[in-house]
Ligand binder design. Structure first.
Ligand code: ADP
Ligand code: AMP
Length: 217
């Protein structure tokens, strides 16, 4: 299955991606994670991307698309994948369709996680991520037993620089302006499935797996 997750920052894409990728046995490709790996390794791409990420803006398509093209050439994604955070513009979606068409493939389904702006701000202000294993926690909704440590691997938890309230509000504007047109793009192609992403994580997972049932195993 070739699956795309869309939804505003904080909708729970990364959280649901962990379950869905395991459930459908497909690799997860999260462009935000790829960029953050480049930033922490201080590669040229990371230094370039960081300027945009810190401001809550999209990294330019020239940089983003090349990185995704490289990843989609890897052997583990020939049978399927879950994209989290890509595409984020209609141009990226068009390029993705072109890349897959060259391989005789196409996106099977796009899952939209629907949640309101105030919930996004609540979710992102409490988000903490493990530096070692990448697991995502929430201080109120899914708290680790100690604030700074990951219960899974004992790694250090950190708060993302772009999760301050002002930057989150800007990211929501960027989503509305540049990313939400994807809803129409995929809707017109009959690929879009919307899921209510409010409520407990397990309930959202159940709605998501039900919406995807006929596409997977
Ligand atoms: P995204 O990848 O869409 O930006 P995340 O998956 O990182 O969002 O989720 C943002 C924050 O909200 C995280 O701290 C996560 O633990 C928390 N979260 C995710 N889903 C839910 C949910 N259904 N209810 C409450 N908190 C959630
Ligand atoms: P995320 O982890 O998905 O919230 O992404 C964090 C940041 O990485 C975003 O705010 C952007 O600056 C950048 N980013 C991630 N994916 C993309 C993309 N597809 N296009 C442009 N920028 C992206």
């Amino acid at each position: 299955m070739r699956l795309v997750l869309v939804g505003p920052p904080g909708a729970g894409k990364g959280t649901q991606a962990q379950f869905l990728a395991a459930h459908f046995a497909i690799p997860k490709i999260a462009t935000g994670d790829l960029f953050r790996a480049h930033v922490s390794q201080e590669t040229d791409l990371g230094l370039e991307a960081r300027k945009y990420m810190d401001a809550g803006d999209l990294v330019p398509d020239e940089v983003t698309i090349g990185m995704v093209e490289d990843r989609l050439r890897d052997d583990d994604v020939t049978e399927g994948f879950l994209l989290d955070g890509f595409p984020r513009t209609v141009h990226q979606a068009e390029v993705l369709d072109g890349m897959l068409a060259e391989q005789g493939a196409a996106i099977d389904v796009v899952l939209e996680l629907v949640v309101d702006d105030e919930e996004v701000v609540r979710r992102l202000s409490g988000r903490r991520t493990c530096r070692r294993c990448g697991h995502v926690w929430h201080l109120d909704f899914d708290p680790p037993s100690s604030e700074g440590r990951c219960d899974r691997c004992d790694g250090e938890l950190f708060q993302r620089d772009d999760d301050s309230e002002d930057t989150v509000r800007h990211r929501l504007e960027v989503y509305a302006d540049q990313t939400s047109p994807l809803i129409g793009y995929y809707g017109d192609r009959g690929l879009l499935r919307g899921v209510d992403a409010a409520g407990p994580v397990e309930d959202v997972t159940e709605r998501a797996t039900n919406a995807l049932r006929r596409f997977g195993v």
